[in-house]
Design a protein around this ligand. Structure first.
Ligand SMILES: Nc1nc2c(c(=O)[nH]1)N[C@H]1C(S)=C(S)[C@@H](COP(=O)(O)OP(=O)(O)OC[C@H]3O[C@@H](n4cnc5c(=O)[nH]c(N)nc54)[C@H](O)[C@@H]3O)O[C@H]1N2
Ligand SMILES: Nc1nc2c(c(=O)[nH]1)N[C@H]1C(S)=C(S)[C@@H](COP(=O)(O)OP(=O)(O)OC[C@H]3O[C@@H](n4cnc5c(=O)[nH]c(N)nc54)[C@H](O)[C@@H]3O)O[C@H]1N2
Ligand code: SF4
Ligand SMILES: [Mo]
Length: 720
C-alpha cells in the first residue's frame, strides 16, 4: 500500500510498514532537474523513482539517481564531525562533537580575522547541490557578514552565459520537450546520453519521426554514435565553423529577412564579417571538409524546425565565450526561433525570478574604503592558495594590501576542488599548506576532505527540504525531506545557521527557517509566475513558468523579446565594443593551439568530458556505478598510437608542463586524430593510475566570463 505523506509534518518514527511517497527534486548538477518520488518504509529510503506526472521527467531517472539509496546509506558516509589526526592529505580523522567542531572553526576564523582580516577566509562551493537553499542562502549570508573573500563561481558555465547574454540578452532557450518535434537536431559539443538524458529521449522521438541528427564533437560520444552524422571537429574551433555556416546561409539566401529586419541588430556588419569565411577557410581550421560544412549549412537553412543543443564542449576553450556567442546567432538568421521546435538551447537558468538578494544578503558585506571584499576566481584556486593574490578578471582588485592578503582559511562545501579544479598539483600544494585552516562539509571523505582540518557531515536531498530551478527546462521543483538525517549530518543551511551563532553574528537573517526561505525564494508577483502559487507547487511538487508558447511549447524568442540593450538579437554588440572587444562574432583560437612552441612540444589536445555513471566526481565512490565504468583509460586514435608505438591496453604517461597521469591506453577511432580523450570523474589514486586528469589542465580563463578552459590543454603521450 502507498500513502502520500503530508510533507509539512515533522518526520515521526514509522510504526507501520506502509510505503510513504514524498515528492523530491534531483539536486545534482544536471540540466534535467528531475521531479522525484522518495519511497520510504519504516523510516528507511527504499527507492527513488522519477515522477510520472512531471512531463520532463516522465517517470525516468538516470542510473545514478535510480540507485540513490546506495549513496544515502553508503557505509563510508561521514556521520559525525571529524578532526584531522594525521598529516594533511592522509585522510586520518577522529570523531568530535558538533559543539567542538563549531567552536574550533569559530576560534580559528576569529584569530585569522584578527591577524589578516576577514578576506583571508575563502569560501569554495559549487553545484554539488543545486537546491536554491543548499546552493546559496545561509552560507552566503554567513560569508557576506564576515567580509570573507568572494568567490567567482566560474568553473562550469560562465563563458557560455556571457556569450548568451551578449547575443540574446538572457539565459533562455528552446523548450526541451519541443526537440521531439524538430526536423533537424544539431548536438554541438554535447553528449546528452550522458549529461542530459531527458533531452536525448526527445531527440530519439524526433529521430523516429524522421528528423536528422548531427553531432559536432571531436569525440564519437555515446550520443554522436547514435546520430546520422558525426562531424569530428578539431577542439576549440566551433566559432570558425559557425562563421562558415553563416557565410553559406547568406550566400544561398537561406535567411528569414523579416525576422532579421524586425528582431536583430547589425546584419550588414555581420554580412561583411562572414564574407571571407568560406567553407574552405573554415575547413582548414576545423578539420572538417568543406563539402560537409556546405551540406551542414544548407540542411540547417532548409528548415525552420532546426534545433541546436549547444553545450559546454565548445566553451571550455580560450575562445569559448565567443564560440557560444557565434553559434547562438544562427537561429536568428534563419528565423528558426519562430518555431518552438527550432532555435537553440544552452541554458534556461535565466528564466527564474529568484529572490537572490533575500536568500544571499549581499548587503551584509562590509565595505572598506568603499570597496567590497576582493573576488577570487574559483578556476584560479591553485594560484590563490599559493599565497599570491588571484584577482578576478571581472572585478579588478583595488591596488594595495587587500590584493595580497594570503588565503589562511578555506571552507569547502558542495564541491571537491582537489579533483575538479584545474592545475591540480598547485591546488594540492595549497591544500597541503600547514598554515591553511581547511573545513570541508561533504557526505564523503573526498579527495578534498582528506586535506581538511575539520570535516562536517552533510545531508543528502531526501534528508532536507529545498526548492529547485533548472537550467534545462522551465519548471520549479520542490524537494521535501523524506527521512531523518543520516547520523549527525546537517543541511548546509543549518550548518551555517549554527556557525553564525558560534561567531556571534546577530543579524535576524540567521534565524530564518528553511521553510521561510523556501517560500521566499521566488518573486511570486513576477509575470512568469502569474496565476501560480506556492500551494500549487506544494500540491504537485512542480510547476511551469509562464513564457510565450507555440504549439504547447515555450518559444521564448518567437516574437523577438530579446533581453539585450537593443531588445534584439545582437549580431553587433555595442557592449562588447565599449569593453574594447570585437563587437562582431569572431573566431578566437584556443590558448594552447596558438602557442607554436607548446604545440610542438605537446602535439595532442586533451579532451576530458564527464563519464556517464558519475556526476563530475560525485558517485565515483559508489561501487555499483564505478564498476561498470571500469578503470580510467586514455583513448587514442590509431594513427597517434602508431606514431608512438602504443598498443591497446599499454600503460602510458600523458604529460605536459603542468603534470602527468599514468593510465591504460585504449586505441580507438572514436577520438579524432590529434585528440586524446579521458572520460573524467574518477577520484585521485585510482588503482593502476598515477597522477590525475586535472593535474594536466590549465588555470587560464576564457575570453568572456572568466570561465574554465579544461579542454584547452596540450599534452604528449609516451609509453610509461
Ligand atoms: N552523467 C553525467 N552527467 C552530467 C555530468 C557528469 O559529470 N556526468 N556533469 C554535469 C555538468 S556539471 C555539466 S556542465 C554538463 C555538461 O554537459 P555537456 O556539455 O553536454 O557535456 P558532455 O556531455 O561531456 O559533452 C561535451 C562534449 O563536448 C565535446 N567537446 C570537447 N571539446 C569540444 C569542442 O571544442 N567542440 C565541440 N563541438 N565539442 C567538444 C566532448 O568530446 C563531449 O562529447 O553535464 C552535466 N551532466
Ligand atoms: N577535467 C575536467 N574537469 C572538470 C570538468 C570536466 O569536464 N573536465 N567539468 C567541470 C564542471 S562542468 C564542473 S560543474 C565542476 C564540478 O565540480 P564540483 O561542483 O566540485 O562537483 P563534484 O565533483 O560533483 O563535487 C560536489 C561535492 O559536493 C558534495 N555535496 C553534494 N551535496 C551536498 C550538500 O548538500 N552539502 C554539502 N556540503 N556537500 C554536498 C558531493 O558529495 C561532492 O563531493 O568540475 C569541473 N571539472
Ligand atoms: S542526475 Fe539528471 S537525469 Fe539523473 S535524476 Fe538527476 S536530474 Fe534526472
Ligand atoms: Mo558543470
Amino acid at each position: 500500500m502507498v500513502a502520500i505523506e503530508n510533507p509539512t509534518e515533522p518526520i515521526a518514527a514509522e510504526t507501520t510498514t506502509l510505503t510513504h511517497i514524498t515528492k523530491g527534486a534531483c539536486p545534482h548538477d544536471c540540466p534535467d532537474t528531475c521531479a522525484l518520488e522518495y519511497h520510504v518504509k519504516d523510516g528507511v529510503l527504499t527507492d527513488v523513482k522519477g515522477a510520472i506526472s512531471h512531463s520532463v521527467t516522465a517517470g525516468v531517472l538516470c542510473t545514478k539517481v535510480a540507485k540513490y539509496p546506495l549513496r544515502t546509506y553508503h557505509p563510508t558516509r561521514v556521520k559525525t564531525p571529524l578532526k584531522r589526526v594525521g598529516k594533511k592529505g592522509e585522510g586520518k580523522f577522529e570523531p568530535i562533537s558538533w559543539t567542538e567542531a563549531l567552536s574550533t572553526i569559530a576560534s580559528n576564523f576569529q584569530s585569522i580575522i584578527a591577524s589578516d582580516g576577514a578576506q583571508a577566509i575563502l569560501p569554495y562551493s559549487y553545484a554539488g547541490n543545486m537546491g536554491l537553499l543548499q546552493y546559496a542562502s545561509m552560507d552566503r549570508r554567513f560569508f557576506h557578514a564576515l567580509g570573507a573573500s568572494q568567490l567567482d563561481r566560474t568553473i562550469c558555465s560562465s563563458a557560455g552565459a556571457a556569450g548568451l547574454q551578449i547575443t540574446l540578452g538572457s539565459r533562455l532557450g528552446m523548450d526541451v520537450e519541443a526537440f521531439a518535434q524538430s526536423e533537424l537536431i544539431i548536438l554541438w559539443g554535447t553528449n546528452p546520453i550522458t549529461s542530459n538524458l531527458h533531452l536525448w529521449s526527445r531527440c530519439q522521438e524526433a529521430k523516429r519521426r524522421g528528423a536528422k541528427l548531427i553531432a559536432i564533437d571531436p569525440y564519437r560520444s555515446l550520443s554522436a554514435e547514435k546520430c546520422h552524422q558525426w562531424l569530428p571537429i578539431k577542439p576549440g574551433t566551433d566559432a570558425a565553423l559557425a562563421l562558415a555556416i553563416m557565410h553559406v546561409l547568406i550566400r544561398e539566401n537561406l535567411l528569414d529577412h523579416d525576422y532579421i529586419a524586425s528582431y536583430t541588430l547589425g546584419f550588414d556588419a555581420l554580412k561583411l564579417r562572414v564574407a571571407d569565411w568560406t567553407p574552405e577557410r573554415a575547413a582548414g581550421i576545423c578539420g572538417i571538409c568543406a563539402n560537409d560544412i556546405e551540406a551542414l549549412a544548407i540542411a540547417y537553412g532548409s528548415t525552420k524546425k532546426a534545433a541546436i543543443r549547444l553545450n559546454y564542449g565548445m566553451q571550455r576553450h580560450g575562445g569559448g565565450g565567443m564560440a557560444v556567442r557565434t553559434v547562438s546567432c544562427l537561429p536568428a538568421l534563419t528565423g528558426a526561433w519562430r518555431e518552438a521546435s527550432g532555435g537553440a538551447l544552452l541554458s534556461t537558468s535565466g528564466a527564474y525570478p529568484i529572490h537572490s538578494a533575500h536568500l544571499e544578503r549581499p548587503d551584509l558585506m562590509p565595505r572598506v574604503e568603499g570597496q567590497l571584499p576582493r573576488v577570487i576566481n574559483m578556476c584560479e584556486l591553485g594560484d590563490a592558495l599559493a599565497l599570491r593574490s588571484a584577482p578576478s578578471p571581472r572585478v579588478p582588485l583595488p591596488p594595495g594590501e587587500r590584493g595580497t592578503t594570503p588565503v589562511k582559511a578555506l571552507f569547502v562545501y558542495n564541491a571537491n576542488p582537489a579533483a575538479v579544479a584545474p592545475d591540480g598539483n598547485k591546488v594540492l600544494a595549497g591544500l597541503a599548506r600547514e598554515d591553511l585552516f581547511t573545513v570541508v562539509s561533504d557526505l564523503f571523505i573526498t579527495d578534498t576532505a582528506r586535506y581538511a582540518d575539520i570535516v562536517l557531515p552533510a545531508t543528502s536531498s531526501p534528508e532536507h527540504d529545498d526548492i529547485n530551478r533548472s537550467y534545462g527546462h522551465y519548471d520549479i521543483v520542490l524537494n521535501r525531506r523524506a527521512i531523518a538525517p543520516v547520523g549527525e549530518s546537517l543541511p548546509n543551511t543549518e550548518l551555517f545557521r549554527r556557525l553564525a551563532k558560534a561567531m556571534n553574528l546577530t543579524d535576524p537573517c540567521f534565524d530564518e527557517t528553511d521553510e521561510s526561505m523556501i517560500r521566499a525564494s521566488f518573486d511570486w508577483t513576477h509575470a512568469s509566475l502569474t496565476g501560480q502559487s506556492f500551494d500549487t507547487l506544494e500540491r504537485d511538487g512542480f510547476l511551469r513558468l509562464n513564457y510565450p508558447k507555440k504549439d504547447g511549447f515555450i518559444a521564448p524568442f518567437m516574437n523577438g523579446d530579446f533581453g539585450t540593450p537593443s531588445g534584439k538579437c545582437e549580431f553587433y554588440s555595442e557592449t562588447l565594443a565599449a569593453r574594447g572587444l570585437d563587437p562582431l562574432p569572431c573566431y578566437t583560437p584556443p590558448h594552447e593551439y596558438d602557442d607554436a612552441a607548446l604545440t610542438a612540444q605537446f602535439p595532442l589536445a586533451l579532451n576530458t568530458p564527464p563519464a556517464r555513471n558519475f556526476m563530475n566526481s560525485t558517485f565515483a565512490n559508489i561501487e555499483e556505478l564505478a564498476k561498470p565504468h571500469g578503470a580510467p583509460t586514455v583513448q587514442l586514435h590509431p594513427q597517434d598510437a602508431a606514431h608512438r608505438n602504443i598498443a591497446n591496453g599499454a600503460v602510458v604517461k600523458v604529460f605536459n608542463h603542468r603534470g602527468h597521469m599514468k593510465l591504460a591506453a585504449k586505441i580507438t577511432d572514436d577520438t579524432r586524430e590529434g585528440v586524446a580523450t579521458i572520460l573524467w570523474g574518477h577520484w585521485r589514486d585510482h588503482p593502476g593510475t598515477e597522477g590525475f586528469v586535472n593535474d594536466l589542465t590549465s588555470q587560464a580563463l576564457t575570453d568572456l566570463g572568466g570561465g574554465a578552459t579544461f579542454y584547452d590543454c596540450r599534452v604528449e603521450i609516451s609509453l610509461a
